[in-house]
Ligand binder design. Sequence first.
Ligand SMILES: NC(=O)c1ccc[n+]([C@@H]2O[C@H](COP(=O)([O-])OP(=O)(O)OC[C@H]3O[C@@H](n4cnc5c(N)ncnc54)[C@H](OP(=O)(O)O)[C@@H]3O)[C@@H](O)[C@H]2O)c1
Length: 254
Amino acid sequence: MNIGFIGTGKIASSIIYGIFKSKLKITKIYISSRNRNIAKKLHLKFRKVKICNNNQDIINFSNIIILSVTPQVGLKILNHLSFNSSKTVISLISTIKLHDLKRLIGSSKVCKAIPLPFIENRLGPIIISPKNKVAKKLFSKLGSVIEINNEKTSYSFWSTSSIMAAYYEILNSTTNWLVRKKIKKKIATNYISELFLAYTQDALIKKNLGFKKLVKESQTPNGLNMQVLKELKKVKFYDKFIKSLNNVHKRIKR
Ligand SMILES: NC(=O)c1ccc[n+]([C@@H]2O[C@H](COP(=O)([O-])OP(=O)(O)OC[C@H]3O[C@@H](n4cnc5c(N)ncnc54)[C@H](OP(=O)(O)O)[C@@H]3O)[C@@H](O)[C@H]2O)c1
């Protein structure tokens, strides 16, 4: 299997690292010379990664082509490229809809996927929409695949994937708070990572309980957890959070 990436940025690089940590049988990975530094690093690290000088070569040499450019670049370059109908195209571009993609690349063997950077460590859910056997075979070795046939439904999942930076900012703020209390950065970072990992692992173990019950069970009447939750609700922290999700959703489905 030869895989080609149009656009060698953050997410393409994470997928490639994930592939080489997996048991996938890959003959070659063809990448674009953009971004130059990332492409060079990948080529030096993995001998199966080859850099192509133009996007058409990547398509010609690959069975699976992953579109990993920004929407602006995608709209500019895709209709100038020729995609043979035997190739499977997987688009990671959030805001280009399936019917526009099919029109742009002139092929219908296309699906969209939502991997996230932790795919690098073969972690996390990966949405594929619509169902696609080739994409499933690839991504099921890199994370846990969820297939969604309805594109509109996939936009809702796509919206929730946008909370990653906001989530890490909570970890960052909490760690910085500890550092201001004179705790060494390394110790604070380690403690906060372990704390949030335990929250999430515990939630996963107790997923049948439901998150609402978990929230309830995490509070002692008049205890410290109850105080923080109350204070955040009072300043409409969670309402603002949902408003941001709604705004992202509007942007994706536009
Ligand atoms: N990052 C994520 O977590 C994530 C997750 C899911 C989906 N996505 C989607 O994946 C896409 C890429 O995201 P990203 O975060 O990886 O962005 P990124 O780091 O900015 O990568 C985009 C890459 O495209 C390259 N590029 C620009 N013009 C090009 C051209 N004409 N031909 C080939 N490559 C070109 C850029 O190179 P230069 O640096 O040289 O301009 C850059 O390396 C986006 O559509 C995003 O919505 C991202």
